[in-house]
Design a binder for this molecule. Sequence first.
Ligand code: SAH
Length: 258
Amino acid sequence: MHPVMLVGAGPGDPDLLTLKAVKALQQATVIFVDDLVGEGVLQHAHPQARIVRVGKRGGCRSTPQAFIERLMIRSARRGERVVRLKGGDPFIFGRGGEEVEHLRAAGLTVEVVNGITAGLAAVTSLNTPLTHRDHAHGVVFVTGHARESGQRLDWAELGRSAQALRLTLVVYMCMNGLEAITADLQQGLVAHTPALVVQHAATPRQRQVTGPLCAIVALARQAGLGSPAVVVIGDVLRGLQAVQREAGDASARAVMVG
Ligand code: SAH
């Protein structure tokens, strides 16, 4: 049996795929494609490969996780070369860890191929780092979306730590709860800490706004930014000058770096 390949598709731009991901796509006989995988990425698939879309945005409804896993297990046992293609990096949110556990429990071997995670692509597209010797000693990738049964993250505490330890925050899946999250963060973080929202990072539809933490919700709303987006917060963004509120104009990718 071939190992099931759990492959990171990166944020959307096919040029950001790893060579290992491209090889896996070329060899796959069946590819299970998640939400938020750029269409261009699939151009690397073998023409005869079966493409199965299992994300909520691609099809009509979200395919339940257990069902996707059963399909993958069945295909692998039949001797197919299975690729599970996930947006960004398979192990940054997106349940890659859970899938590996379940596939291994079913007796399959799994190989994981890194992808460029959305938070990294978002700042890099604006030539901005996540760490800097003068501004940020580290970076925290954090989700704004708790599991239904799960506990909400203590954002005030995270804000205090980010302020004290000089950490950059990169928040995924947070557009619905952004108002409460930024309010809580300001219990620790200075209200004028620079913030950035990037929607559709590394795709032709990329748009972003930047401004102080205390105003970022209003700015994002004004620009009509929504999911999928990442929010980056920290002094490392100081290089991004002048608040930009482009609402989708073509210069969006070229501005802001000062
Ligand atoms: N494994 C993925 C993250 C999956 S969780 C990765 O490493 O990127 C889904 C969340 O990722 C979205 O809600 C959004 O916060 C973020 N995201 C994914 N693609 C994005 C993109 N192109 N631009 C901005 N955010 C994105």
